[in-house]
Design a binder for this molecule. Structure first.
Ligand code: ZN
Length: 139
């Protein structure tokens, strides 16, 4: 049996779309008992990200930097909430090729530069029970 995400090592992070980054950082600092360890602007995705460590995984808050950002559109249509789940893989090209061969629709056929020193690519949520899946590989 083939796995959903070939080569997945762990859940790297959960991405959460937020309307107010300062408010959301305060909320998650209280919730998790730790402060965010960094903020990072990701130009390619038109977002500011804020990262919290939770054991081996992370929470990634996503705040749009432009009205045409996919996060801005997500907030308009769905409001705040979980945006994606990210799996860490060893070889993102190999994982993408295998998923494509299995019939999964890929939002990115080739990886793009993401936050947190990663190359990333998204798999269409229509093929994954409504959840936007991110694959990420450490640079
Ligand atoms: Zn992410």
């Amino acid at each position: 049996m083939s796995s959903l995400v070939p080569g997945a090592e762990k859940i790297d992070h959960i991405g959460i779309a937020v309307k107010d980054l300062d408010v959301a950082e305060k909320t998650y600092t209280q919730l998790l008992g730790v402060a965010p360890y960094k903020r990072e602007t990701v130009t390619s995705q038109q977002v500011i990200t804020s990262f919290f460590k939770v054991g081996e995984s992370k929470i990634e808050l996503l705040f749009p930097t432009a009205p045409e950002s996919t996060i801005a559109k997500f907030l308009q249509t769905k409001g705040e909430g979980m945006h994606h789940t990210a799996f860490l893989v060893k070889n993102i090209e190999a994982s993408l090729a295998q998923l494509k061969a299995q019939g999964f629709r890929l939002i990115h056929e080739t990886p793009i530069l993401g936050a947190d020193q990663k190359r990333i690519a998204f798999v269409h949520p229509k093929d994954t029970a409504g959840v936007l899946i991110e694959l990420c590989e450490q640079l």
